[in-house]
Structures are given as structure tokens and as C-alpha cells.
Design a protein around this ligand. Structure first.
Ligand code: HPA
Ligand code: ZN
Length: 346
């Protein structure tokens, strides 16, 4: 671990904003801002059940994961053309660059779109074009992770995988998202085994609202490499030891957890407990257009509320590169950039 010199508390927000970082848990449909939803609804002639941007924003008062998902899927209904998918991802990537994100691994939910008659090719081509443009124009590397919707069946996940395989070079892995409780990881054991044979990276949401048992089965039955959220793991001491020993990263999303009432206040978030236990915890934005902030907002608000230190800022950024699916050389390069940024700041 690189030791970080003490940095005055009032300079911490600036350090958090400036430090290089990776984002590993962002649903691209959750980056769709209300203004863009209305713009796409207009150009695609899609009717929305909200009269204005303001009325839509007022509906963003969530009580749990499902209350959010209902609005999130409605918002995604305006996405029709390749250009729509490109524009959505490009808007996110520019914001990520402004937050000093050097690398992003981006979730997308194809079933939300194919169910409405949008072709898999339209979705993947549009998103992939934005990723290529980000590398060329912003120097930001970005890859795509296809998520299966866990409230649907495993047979439907297999159909989705089949539809995506002709575009195999445009995504690096698969994940599992949507309504967690009642849809345990084991429901998708066979499709994840198939994805593993295909050499895809594997991740899954587990322990966001669901119990530690779902984290265990994501690890042991799905054989995932990272756990998305995983904050319920602190309820199981044996699981905490397993996550630390195997260096299984958790992609934690503090503002999401606050907005979906997983924790009553940001000051009561367990990020410090995860770090103190030696876990490879990272900070991410999840659905930034819905949860009130992009990646730097997650860092600055969480640090202000919990009193984490500059050393812990460095650790979280270093963890984000370690937990990413980039090669060893790129990891070393990013880690050097991180150390240089801290040295320049001190
Ligand atoms: O936080 C989340 N959890 C589950 N599914 C999701 N889909 C978008 N965001 C989420
Ligand atoms: Zn998520």
C-alpha cells in the first residue's frame, strides 16, 4: 500500500475529484437524464406518462429497489435507434471523463429493449460506437457488460445470450440485475456456466437488498469475479472473511443505497467497515441520473458524511483499478497515474 501524507480536510473534496479512478458499476440506462428522455420521446414519438421534465424528476422519490425499477424501465422506453443508444452512452462518458474516470465498465439491459421490438444489434452497435469514440476523443477506455434481468426466466436469459453472441466482440462479460429478493443467483446457474465456457467475465448484483446467502451462491454457484453492491455481507462474518481472503471486489454505490433506503443516512453507510475488514471495496454511481449524482458526487458526499481519509480515498481508487477487467500492464499504468496525482497534490 502506498502511504498517503496527511491532507487537510478542506482539501479532500478537491483531491477526490482530481484523483484518477475507474467506474465499474453504472447501468447505462440509469444515466439517462430527464432532459434526454423528453428529447428522445419527442424525436421518436413515444408518449410519456409525465407532462414535463420537472414532473418526471418529482417522481424520483423511491422507497426501495422495486419502486425505482418501475420508473427506470419506463424511462428506457424512449430508446429506439442506434443513435439513441450512442447519445445516451456518449453523454455518460463525457461526464465520466470530467470526473477523472480513466476506465469504465458499463452495464446494459438488452431485454428491456428487445422486449419492445428493438434489435440486439441496434442496442450493442449504438453503445459500442460511443465506447470507441470515448477512447479516441477522451482517452477513456470503456467496455460493456450485458446484464440478464433476474425477474425474467433463465430460458429468456439463454435467448438473450444467443441473440448477443454474433456481437461477442462488443461486450466483455455478463451480469445479473433487476429485482433481487425472490430471484436468487442459483436461478441462473446454467446460463452463467455457459457464459463461463465462452470466456466471458462474470459479475452479479447480490446483497443489495437480498441476504448474504445470495452473495454466497453468486460466488459458489455462478462463480462470479465481482459482487455488485454486496453491502449486506457485513451481516455474515464468515462471508466477510471469504471476500477478503479471495480478494473478491464489491462495487459499492453509496448514493444508490441512500436513495433506495438500504441505509437510513449516508453517515450510516458501511463502506468504512468494508474497508477496515480488508475488502476490495470500490465506489460507483449505479444509476446517476436517478440517484442524484455521478461518481465524484458519490465520493465527495460519502466522505463528507462518513469522515473517511485521504488514505482511504487512495485505497478506493487503487481498488477500482485492481477490480477492473483491464490487463496487468494497463493496471500498472493507471496505478502509477494514481500515485503521481497524490504526489502532485500533497
Ligand atoms: O441497483 C440496481 N439493482 C438492481 N438492478 C438494477 N438495475 C439498475 N440499477 C439496479
Ligand atoms: Zn446496479
Amino acid at each position: 500500500m502506498t502511504p498517503v501524507p496527511p491532507i487537510a480536510a478542506e482539501r479532500l473534496p478537491e483531491l477526490l475529484r482530481r484523483m484518477p479512478k475507474a467506474e465499474l458499476h453504472i447501468h447505462i440506462e440509469g444515466s439517462l437524464e430527464p432532459e434526454l428522455i423528453f428529447e428522445m420521446a419527442r424525436r421518436n414519438r413515444v408518449a410519456l406518462p409525465y407532462a414535463s421534465v420537472e414532473e418526471l424528476r418529482r417522481a424520483y422519490a423511491f422507497t426501495n429497489l422495486q419502486s425505482f425499477l418501475d420508473i427506470y424501465y419506463a424511462g428506457a422506453s424512449v430508446l429506439i435507434t442506434e443513435r439513441d443508444f450512442h447519445d445516451m452512452a456518449w453523454a455518460y462518458l463525457q461526464k465520466a471523463r470530467a470526473d477523472n474516470v480513466l476506465h469504465a465498465e458499463i452495464f446494459f439491459d438488452p431485454q428491456t429493449h428487445t422486449a419492445r421490438g428493438v434489435a440486439m444489434e441496434t442496442v450493442l452497435n449504438g453503445l459500442h460506437q460511443a465506447c470507441v469514440r470515448a477512447q479516441a476523443d477522451l482517452g477513456l477506455s470503456a467496455s460493456l457488460i450485458l446484464c440478464f434481468l433476474r425477474h425474467l426466466s433463465e430460458a429468456e436469459a439463454f435467448e438473450t445470450l444467443e441473440a448477443a453472441l454474433p456481437l461477442r466482440d462488443k461486450f466483455i462479460g455478463v451480469g445479473l440485475d433487476s429485482s433481487e429478493v425472490g430471484h436468487p443467483p442459483e436461478k441462473f446457474a446454467r446460463v452463467f456456466a455457459r457464459c463461463r465456457e465462452l470466456g466471458l467475465h462474470l459479475v452479479a448484483h447480490a446483497g443489495e437488498e437480498g441476504p448474504p446467502a445470495y452473495v454466497w451462491t453468486a460466488l459458489d454457484l455462478l462463480k462470479v469475479e465481482r459482487i455488485d453492491h454486496g453491502v449486506q455481507s457485513t451481516k455474515d462474518a464468515q462471508l466477510m472473511r471469504r471476500l477478503a481472503q479471495d480478494r473478491i471486489p464489491l462495487t459499492v454505490c453509496p448514493l444508490s443505497n441512500l436513495k433506495l433506503c438500504v441505509f437510513p443516512a449516508l453517515g450510516q453507510h458501511n463502506l468504512r467497515e468494508l474497508l477496515d475488514a480488508g475488502l476490495v471495496a470500490t465506489v460507483n454511481s449505479d444509476d446517476p441520473a436517478y440517484f442524484g449524482g455521478y461518481l465524484n458526487d458519490n465520493f465527495t458526499q460519502t466522505f463528507a458524511a462518513t469522515g473517511l481519509s485521504a488514505q482511504q480515498a487512495w485505497q478506493l481508487a487503487a481498488n477500482s483499478f485492481e477490480a477492473s477487467f483491464i490487463g496487468a500492464d494497463a493496471k500498472r499504468r493507471y496505478r502509477d497515474q494514481l500515485d503521481a496525482a497524490f504526489a502532485a497534490f500533497a
